[in-house]
Design a protein around this ligand. Structure first.
Ligand SMILES: Nc1ncnc2c1ncn2[C@@H]1O[C@H](COP(=O)(O)OP(=O)(O)O)[C@@H](O)[C@H]1O
Ligand SMILES: [Mg+2]
Length: 413
């Protein structure tokens, strides 16, 4: 198949390109950034320039459909936050003869922003840390005692997340009101390791499911090292959520695995980094292509726990960020090159392992560890901004895909 990836900058795009091209598909990608990750792998035949969805989501769609028509793409595969505009305009995509797998916009809107996701999880009884929605500085100060996480409704790769450890920080945050956001989710920290859940649904039916543990954090909350695990309680919860929302396409989540079970802290209405799942025996991208092709998918087998995978790029940047010294970057490199420590029996998720961005990040952080920031900030080109999300919500209300907006209030919790 000719598969056009909605994004070419993110790690998910890079991993999907690897998996799909190995499976024999022809892969191209879209990105506003001509020097994005997918530009440096021969698994992607071409990267096409498009507007960023953060500034112009509908312009992105027009450009994407233009590229798909010219290149006669069979499938436009959502691999990042473009899923939001693709979901809103699904009929335009399929009307253009291009296959895709996206949820209804009304379903997507229930989990796309963190405030809506918090309420949706509560409505369907999924376990999550205690939290509250606040809409004013006074509400924020009254909501909870630190430590807590303050989460803006829209923000990816930890862009809208603040960890508040002391009352003074909370007062500081309240003093900076009003924020861009009209509301904010305040959530108690949960104790335990973070696990990433990945699933694919076809019209509300679970077709593929995988969980991996974040063994080590890279930058932006991402995992530089993962371990595939079994987490039956999470499977049940995700199946409940997907069925209740009639989910179609990929649905991912972050959970904290506490002593009393997994607590959901983040829902991502899209595919996330599929290689650990594939190494565990669960082919998320194949399931997505089946759902795109015929609206259903043969159920994928349950994953075999124990698969270890890593992304050197994130590990190097993470060493520079968390260690902060050149020797931390050198140690990481030594472990990777000698396949020791966290690299023993572990497979690289991105190919080629030493692509130009990896080499550049390594050299830059060896010269100056704070350079990690430059590389970690790069993926923002694919992020949905609050303004872009509002534009999509307004459009959905006009089209009749959403009820006229219910303004978020503190008292309707
Ligand atoms: N309630 C929580 N308890 C513990 N850790 C949390 C909690 N909320 C967020 N985190 C940490 O912050 C990171 C980012 O939060 P998340 O809600 O996943 O936002 P995003 O991935 O959209 O930036 C998580 O990966 C996790 O490490
Ligand atoms: Mg997250």
């Amino acid at each position: 198949m000719r598969v056009l990836l909605s994004d070419g900058a993110g790690l998910t795009a890079g991993q999907c390109a690897t998996v799909l091209s190995r499976a024999g598909h022809e892969v191209e990608a879209l990105s506003p950034d001509p020097l994005c990750l997918c530009r440096f792998t021969r698994r992607v035949r071409r990267v096409h320039g498009v507007p960023g969805i953060g500034t112009d989501p509908l312009g992105w769609l027009d450009a994407a459909l233009g590229v798909a028509a010219r290149g006669r793409a069979d499938v436009l595969l959502p691999v990042q936050e473009q899923v939001a505009v693709m979901s809103l305009c699904r009929e335009r995509i399929t009307g253009a003869g291009v296959l895709t797998a996206v949820p209804d916009f009304a379903a997507l809107a229930q989990v796309q922003d963190k405030v809506s996701a918090f309420r949706t999880l509560a409505r369907f009884g999924l376990p999550q840390p205690p939290g509250a929605v606040v809409t004013s500085a006074a509400g924020l100060l009254a909501a909870a005692e630190p430590p807590l996480y303050a989460k803006a409704p829209i923000g990816t790769a930890s862009a809208g997340i603040r960890y508040i450890s002391a009352p003074a920080e909370l007062r500081q945050l309240a003093a900076s009101w009003p924020w861009d956001a009209t509301s904010m989710l305040i959530q108690q920290p949960a104790r335990g390791p973070l696990a990433m859940i990945q699933s694919v649904f076809a019209h509300g039916e679970l077709a593929a499911f995988h969980v991996c543990m974040r063994v080590r954090e890279g930058t932006g909350g991402g995992a530089s090292h993962k371990l595939g695990i079994a987490l039956p309680a999470a499977r049940e919860s995700v199946a409940t959520l997907g069925t209740a929302l009639g989910w179609h396409g990929a649905l991912s989540a972050d959970v904290i695995v506490t002593d009393t079970g997994p607590l959901f802290i983040d829902i991502n209405p899209r595919l996330v980094e599929p290689v650990n799942a594939l190494r565990s025996g669960v082919d998320l991208t194949a399931a997505m292509l089946q759902v795109a092709g015929c609206g259903s998918a043969e159920p994928q087998p349950a994953g075999t726990p124990g698969a270890r995978t890593h992304q050197l790029l994130l590990a190097i940047l993470g060493a520079a960020q968390h260690g902060g010294q050149r020797r931390d970057v050198v140690r990481e490199l030594r472990h990777a090159l000698t396949r020791t420590a966290d690299y023993r029996d572990s497979t690289e998720e991105l190919t080629p392992a030493w692509s130009l961005p990896v080499v550049a990040a390594t050299l830059a952080t060896l010269v100056s560890p704070p350079a990690w920031r430059h590389f970690a900030d790069a993926p923002r080109a694919y992020s949905l901004t609050p303004a872009a999300w509002q534009q999509l919500l307004d459009r959905a209300e006009k089209d009749g895909q959403l009820q006229p907006s219910r303004r978020v209030r503190e008292d309707d919790l």
